[in-house]
Design a protein around this ligand. Structure first.
Ligand SMILES: Nc1ncnc2c1ncn2[C@@H]1O[C@H](COP(=O)(O)OP(=O)(O)OP(=O)(O)O)[C@@H](O)[C@H]1O
Ligand SMILES: [Mg+2]
Length: 315
């Protein structure tokens, strides 16, 4: 109670007290378990990490840094931020989602306000969709009541039973009060390999017409990814009202990676092991990966996945 009183007093102290506001906040935060205290967005750090450590994904870098900055800087957002990450295996979707949360909270990916769901672990049985819906809604609602600044990550949406995610529909729209909680400050991240086909086609077409891959624009892929996810016969986004009601803020495409990108991944991982100079290993691993399509062999079939095991073979 007295903690709340201290917090309520701060605005009354007037502008001349601003220099000590930080001191009061520190004091308050050292005594409180308020989630706003753990919410310490480091937007520059996020941008830096995205542009420095994610290779070949200009669309994801731009979309995530811009949308997250705009959302965090808006004091009273009209609706939550809903990012839907799409692309082939090993292209960096989980990596980017981890970077995002690690720069939002003081305790990073381990923050109690980051909720990561993996369908194979949390929603393994299709016939239990009804129970999962009840449990998921309760979980989200309860956590939003405790902390408006919550992040809900749904990885591997392609393995989620259809019909489940729609239980979140009331939380994602622009209505003003849902279950008496300020749900509009939350961030939702959906991650899926669905959409990979259309992303590959656009990247291949750009290549065949002599366009640089960096010239591919975000809006070339928005509608196409949404359609492919909606029309897919399986997965959590299949026929989802979240798509038909346009509740996704942005579809974030992850382009297929080329050998150049794979070699950058190998180089980065070698450097982490203190073996930066082993260009022979970079070449060997780059050459040992499989590439598609059959005609051209432009893109790594598994992106940068499983590189550590390959490095071990050649070191
Ligand atoms: N674009 C990239 N830049 C740098 N590293 C990458 C990139 N893509 C993948 N990696 C690395 O490859 C590994 C696998 O990446 P990640 O788990 O993000 O793939 P994913 O897209 O989530 O794949 P999946 O759909 O199979 O889960 C990680 O170690 C990650 O650091
Ligand atoms: Mg992943």
């Amino acid at each position: 109670m007295w903690r709340r009183c201290l917090w309520a007093l701060l605005p009354l102290l007037g502008p001349w007290f601003r220099p000590v506001h930080g001191v009061f906040q520190k004091l308050y935060c050292s005594l409180s378990d308020s989630c706003e205290c753990d919410f310490k967005p480091d937007l520059r750090g996020l941008e830096w990490d995205l542009y420095r450590n994610v290779f070949g994904q200009h669309l994801a870098q731009d979309a995530v840094s811009q949308e997250v900055s705009a959302f965090i800087r808006t004091k009273s957002p009209e609706r939550p931020l809903v990012l839907s990450l799409h692309g082939g295996s090993g292209t960096g979707k989980t990596l980017v989602s981890s970077m995002l949360v690690s720069h939002l909270y003081g305790s990073g990916v381990n923050s109690p306000h980051v909720h990561r769901f993996s369908p194979t672990l949390h929603f393994p049985r299709k016939e239990r969709v009804h129970q999962y819906r009840v449990a998921l809604k309760d979980w989200v609602q309860g956590n939003l009541t405790a902390c408006a600044r919550s992040v809900f990550l749904f990885d591997e949406m392609e393995n989620m039973p259809p019909g489940l995610i729609d239980v979140l529909e009331p939380f994602l729209g622009p209505s003003h009060v849902v279950y008496s909680t300020n749900y509009r400050k939350a961030i939702y991240v959906f991650i899926s390999t669905v959409g990979e086909r259309v992303i590959s086609t656009v990247t291949l077409d750009a290549r065949s017409s002599g366009r640089d891959r960096d010239e591919i624009r975000l809006n070339e892929l928005q509608e196409a990814i949404s359609q492919e996810a909606f029309n897919s016969t399986h997965g959590g986004l299949s026929r989802s009202r979240i798509l038909s009601q346009s509740l996704v803020t942005v579809f974030v495409p992850f382009l297929p990676l080329t050998r150049v990108h794979v070699e950058r991944c190998v180089q980065a991982q070698l450097c982490q092991r203190g073996q930066c100079e082993r260009s022979d290993v970079v070449q060997a691993v780059g050459g040992a990966m499989s590439y598609s399509p059959k005609l051209g062999h432009y893109f790594s079939s598994t992106g940068c996945k499983a590189i550590p095991a390959k490095i071990n073979l050649y070191l």
